[in-house]
Design a binder for this molecule. Structure first.
Ligand SMILES: *Cc1c(COP(=O)(O)O)cnc(C)c1O
Length: 377
């Protein structure tokens, strides 16, 4: 059996090797390493795929979030509401810009930000909400957009884990996650659903003015060459990464189907186990399973993970510590117990291998070992 990994980028590469190698070689032959034709081609393809007016490529997902908030003109002291159960980058850029992160708890089923908790957290200082489409499933965007409208707030979607997922509106229409709020952000970190072979990111918007401003911010605040009207940053997607992304974008929907098939198999294996809660699929999103995350119920999670490790089955905890309990983010406004759902999830969740190259033998092996542990305890 092939070695089981959380993500198997090498096997995926071997399946698209000739396309990838040719694209990389073309960039090297052209030596157009920065802002070359590959970047523009990928940008156009991605705009079409997402059905969004503007894609602004940048250096990584964290920059995408930072540039969004800079372009919105948020000022120190402005409050930005986000989820207490997410990767640190979401809160990090808020703190770096001296904005005030306001955390709210999540829904215990979907792990996504809870709109009722958002509404309770809104104050006269609130300027923006950053919903995170966690683990590949879209947050409840209609409720969140309604709050934005009512309270005149910006929505910046952290779509780093959900590239390619659809949000399904009440009337049945669909939009890609990340294209519903004022701005959407994504990451092309290698293990993300659309990943490159290094760092990369992108920002999406349908707003022409915001797009123009974000293109200025990512390019040193420069409006005319060597005239800097704003303090910006240097954040670019390089041409080799764009060339790789062009190839991988053409496989993205097929990759999402493969991930869903893995999730279906895990669901079937674990759906009747009382000691595990399978991920709940929310009807408004076609989950793209960046992660397959189970909630353990009344079992020793650490012992399970250690048992699996002895069998060569990796399992990870995303995330072990809630934002308000991270050392760098300790804040007198918050104390343990303030976000009970997040705190419970941090103590009980674990994620199993999830990628596009898992074969049936590996899946059988993973599930039978998890079940063996459950039967023993
Ligand atoms: C990966 C990720 C980011 C940051 O992306 P980078 O490209 O690593 O900077 C931000 N938010 C979430 C939710 C992520 O998963």
């Amino acid at each position: 059996m092939k070695k089981i990994q959380m993500v198997d980028l090498h096997s995926q590469y071997l399946n698209i090797k000739s396309e990838i190698d040719q694209q990389i070689q073309e960039v090297i032959d052209s030596c157009a390493f920065i802002n070359g034709p590959a970047v523009h081609a990928f940008q156009n393809n991605f705009e079409q795929y997402l059905g969004v007016k503007h894609v602004i490529p940048c250096a990584n997902g964290t920059d995408a979030l930072q540039v969004s908030m800079m372009a919105l003109g948020l000022q120190p002291g402005d409050e930005v509401i986000t989820s207490s159960f997410t990767f640190i980058a979401t809160a990090e850029v808020i703190a770096l810009l001296k904005l005030t992160p306001v955390l709210v708890d999540v829904d215990p089923d979907t792990f996504n930000i809870d709109p009722k908790a958002i509404e309770r957290a809104i104050t006269p200082k609130t300027r923006a909400i950053v919903p995170v489409h966690l683990f590949g499933q879209a947050a409840p965007m209609e409720e969140i957009m309604a709050l934005a409208k009512k309270h005149h707030l910006y929505i910046v979607e952290d779509n780093c884990q959900a590239t390619g997922s659809d949000y399904i509106f009440e009337d049945g229409s669909r939009k890609k996650s990340g294209t519903i709020g004022h701005i959407g952000c994504t990451s092309f970190f290698p293990s993300k659903n659309l990943g490159c072979y290094g760092d990369g990111g992108a920002i999406f918007t349908n707003d022409d003015d915001l797009a123009k401003q974000m293109r200025v911010v990512v390019n040193h605040g420069m409006t005319v060459r060597y005239y800097h009207d704003y303090i910006g940053v240097n954040s670019r997607l390089d041409s080799i990464q764009a060339a790789i992304l062009k190839v991988k974008l053409s496989h993205l929907d097929e990759y999402a189907s493969k991930r869903r098939a893995v999730a279906d198999f895990y669901d079937k294996a674990f759906g009747h186990q009382t000691k595990l809660k399978i991920p709940v699929r929310y009807s408004k999103s076609n989950h793209v399973f960046h992660q397959y995350t189970l909630v353990s119920q009344g079992i020793d999670r650490k012992a399970l993970i250690e048992f699996l490790a002895t069998k060569g089955v990796p399992a990870m905890i995303y995330y072990p510590v809630p934002l308000h309990m991270q050392k760098a983010y300790l804040d007198p406004r918050y104390k343990p117990g303030d976000f009970p759902v997040t705190e419970h999830l941090c103590e009980t969740v674990f994620s199993l291998p999830m990628h596009t190259e898992l074969d049936q033998e590996q899946l059988n092996y993973i599930t039978s070992n998890v079940l063996e542990f459950l039967n023993r305890t």
